[in-house]
Design a protein around this ligand. Sequence first.
Ligand SMILES: [Zn+2]
Length: 273
Amino acid sequence: MPEGDTVWNTARVLHRALAGAGLTGSDFRVPSLATTDLTGWTVRESTSRGKHLLLRLTAPPQTSPTAAWTLHSHLRMDGTWRAYAPGERWTARPAHLIRVVLRSPKAVAVGYHLHELALLPTAEEESLLGHLGPDLLGDDWDPDEAVRRLAAVPEATIGEALLDQRNLAGVGNLYTCELLFLRGLSPWTPVGAVPDLAGTVALAQRLLAANRGRWTQSTTGSLRRGQTSYVYGRRAEPCRRCGTAIGREELGERVTYWCPTCQPPPTTTPAAR
Ligand SMILES: [Zn+2]
C-alpha cells in the first residue's frame, strides 16, 4: 500500500536513477500530456511531499522561458515508478498500465498507473500541495502544527482525521489502523476525546520513519510474511495481544481494522458509533 514511506522510497529510487541526467526521450501515455516531449530536459531532483511525488526538471532555454518545472504524480492505491537499466526489460506491471517513460543514458524510469500526472512550473507546486498538512517525513515536519490541525475538528473520528492529508501528510489506511491499535484507541473515538493527541502524532511519525528505506511495511518489528501488522488485513484473526477476533468495518470511505478489546469503543459520545 503506497503510504508516505513508500512514496519517500520511490522518490529516492528516482533520484538515484535520474538526478543530474539529461533526458534522451519521453513517452507520455495520458491524454493531457500526449504531446509533451522532455527530450533535452535535465532532471534536477526527485522528492516527495506526503503521498505526492515531485520530479523536478530543468527545461532547455530554447524550449521554455520558464526553466524550473515539476512532473507531479500520485500513486494512490496502485501506482508505482520503477527504474530500469537501459535495455533491461520492464517487468513490474502490464504494459497497458504504463503512463510515462523517461529515458536517460544511465536509466529508464517507467511510471505505472500513476494518478494526477501533471507538468507544471515548480513555482506553482503549491497549487497542488498547498492544502497538505505537515509532511511526516519532510525536513520541515512540524508535529505541533499537525496536532493543531487535528484538534481543530474535535468531533471528527480519529480514524478519519488521521487519513485526512490536510491534517498531516503521509499516513494512509495501514498506518492509521496500526497506530490506533498501538495507542489503544477505537477508530471511532472523536479527536476531542483522544487523551494524548501529541503522543499519537509522534508515534505516527516514528512508524513511517522506521519503514523508510525498505519496501516491506512493518509495525510489529517483524518482516516475516503474515507477521508485519497487528490488525491491518487481519479480519477475524486473533489479536496478537489478547486473542480477540480482529474486526473489520467501513469508516467513512475506507475500511478499518481494529481489536474490539484492546481498542474499546468511545464512551464519552456513544452516538459517534
Ligand atoms: Zn486485542
